[in-house]
Design a protein around this ligand. Structure first.
Ligand code: NPW
Ligand code: ADP
Ligand code: K
Length: 461
């Protein structure tokens, strides 16, 4: 089983149907899900009394199985179920549970397991369901969400009711999109996936795992390790920051192409002025432009020259505002990486005629219509590329500091200079960015973050 697959509700239902077609009944799937989740609940409850909240669907069914497992192990467990189960399998699970079931009771136990709704949540949680979720949110008990938190829409990560902050969320069978999307992901606490034997090898969307970086080959020299050009424009600070980050992310040689004097630049950063001469150098293996580029005619010309160079490119910041479909004529789009934040993503969507609303849909469609790699940044960074979507664990919220995106662009470009693979460069860069943030300690500046890349690299070697 491939435990990194990330499934939409439609894909999840199809995977479950495939399992059933292969002879595993829905009852058996529910047993596996409930028993696997119960092992986690017992580990966390460590003997303390547990309340399980059960809703009308199969998520509620899982709840009865979990309660049954705890009961069998001698736990003091009770179920609160505002309504009777509606699905056949959940009714069977309810009938098999011989412990205490109440329609309503105060949440007084130290551990509460939320099985009101899973991926079948179809509208706002109201009435007794909303009351229970509000009470759960206000309680200081240890909170475990089964599959997804009950007020979370599984595909979009949007919130359809009171949202408690959970300590642990147990995905059943496979990750769902909401596990990696805001605002939902911020409420989920630790995330674990409980395998139930689904065949997930064909899933194109995946969560990423820590990359394996390698030291330069024994016979490397600075040009073979990746020669990166960071093409500046009207503002000096941002491209300098990108170049400094790039110097610490693997490239052997970083050149900043800039007309500014840069008195603060490190001595080992080469600064050149002649853009055409730099781009003509055969050894240039990647180019970054956008941070500090500006948006005037001169900036547009520089962007066109960069795109015309045919090199693997990272486009960020102003370059994303200037980019138009006609600029891509003749370009090998598979060599181009876009690193938009939410606002830049909206601008790109306008420029390329993408009318979808959610970040996930926008990034996916933008990749589909342009062929470029799209790394849509934010607290819930997602990557759209040829193999499907890629998702990442949450990074530190201290990354929300000015210049943090310039650092990320520098890292992507540095990795691209090393191996020319846009998708891999983006994946590696997000992990390096997150690890640098973890090591830089709270309240770092973007320059601190760039320096923290040095120890961060070591984590992945
Ligand atoms: N299938 C399998 O093989 C396996 C599935 N598994 C488990 O099943 C879960 C999915 O189960 P599910 O499809 O039954 O959906 P679930 O999330 O329980 O809720 C749907 C019910 O809630 C109702 N409802 C919805 N919104 C509502 C609202 N706001 N307020 C009130 N009611 C609302 C909805 O009513 P309806 O919309 O039909 O009117 C329906 O009755 C999944 O997350 C995992 O935990 C595992 O056991 C592994 C095997
Ligand atoms: N709350 C947050 N949690 C985690 N990462 C964040 C958060 N806010 C921003 N980031 C990350 O910080 C970077 C900010 O980039 P960007 O918006 O381009 O900033 P800037 O333009 O100041 O460089 C992105 O990589 C983004 O993923
Ligand atoms: K739930």
């Amino acid at each position: 089983m491939n435990s990194t697959a990330v499934l939409s509700v439609e894909a999840m239902r199809a995977a479950e149907q495939a399992a059933m077609n292969a002879g595993i009944s829905e009852w058996e799937l529910m047993q596996r899900a409930g028993q696997g989740a119960a092992r986690w609940v017992m580990r966390m409850a460590a003997g303390r009394p547990v309340t399980v909240l059960c809703g009308p669907g199969n998520n509620g069914g899982d709840g009865y199985v979990i309660a049954g497992c705890l009961h069998a192990k001698g736990y003091k467990v009770r179920v609160i179920a505002p309504v009777e189960p509606k699905s056949e399998t959940a009714r069977k699970a309810r009938a098999a549970f011989d412990g205490e079931v109440m329609g309503r009771a105060a949440l007084t136990d130290p551990v509460v397991v939320d099985c009101l709704f899973g991926y079948g949540l179809s509208r706002n949680a109201k009435g007794e369901f909303a009351n229970l979720l509000e009470e759960l949110a206000a309680s200081d008990c240890y909170k475990i969400a089964i599959d997804v938190p009950s007020s979370v829409e599984s595909d979009s990560g949007s919130v359809l009711g009171p949202l408690p902050r959970y300590n642990l969320t147990l995905a059943l069978g496979a990750w769902k999109q909401a596990h990696f999307l805001m605002p939902a992901m911020a409420s989920m606490g630790a995330l674990r996936c409980v395998p139930i034997g689904l065949a997930l090898n064909d899933a194109s969307d995946q969560s990423t795992t820590a990359p394996r970086l390698t030291a330069p080959a024994a016979d490397s020299h600075k040009y073979r390790r990746g020669l990166l050009a960071v093409v500046a424009g009207s503002m000096p600070g941002a491209p300098l920051l990108s170049a400094e980050a790039a110097m610490h992310a693997g490239a052997g040689y970083v050149k900043l192409v800039s007309d500014h004097s840069h008195p603060d630049a490190p001595a080992d950063l080469v600064i050149e002025q002649d853009l055409d001469a730099v781009l003509e150098d055969e050894r240039i293996s990647a180019v970054l432009t956008g941070p500090g580029l500006g948006r005037d005619d001169e900036a547009r010309k520089r962007l066109s020259r960069v795109l015309g160079s045919g090199r693997p490119c990272v486009l960020d910041a102003d370059a994303l505002h200037l980019l138009r479909p006609d600029m891509l004529k003749g370009a090998d789009v598979t060599k181009l990486c876009l690193t938009p934040h939410e606002g830049e993503l909206a601008t790109l969507c306008e420029s390329f005629g993408v009318t979808l609303q959610s970040k996930l849909d926008r990034a996916r469609r933008l990749h589909d219509v342009t062929g470029m790699t799209v790394l849509a940044k934010g607290p819930d960074t997602v990557l759209a590329d040829r193999e499907g979507m890629r998702f990442f664990p949450r990074g530190s919220s201290w990354l929300s500091v000015a210049g943090s995106g310039d650092v990320l662009a520098g890292i992507v470009a540095s990795r691209l200079a090393v191996h020319s693979d846009t998708m891999r460069a983006c994946e590696e860069a997000v992990w390096l960015h997150h690890e640098a943030a973890r090591r830089a300690a709270p309240a770092f500046s973007a320059s601190d973050l760039a320096c923290a890349l040095i120890p961060a690299m070591a984590s992945f070697l």
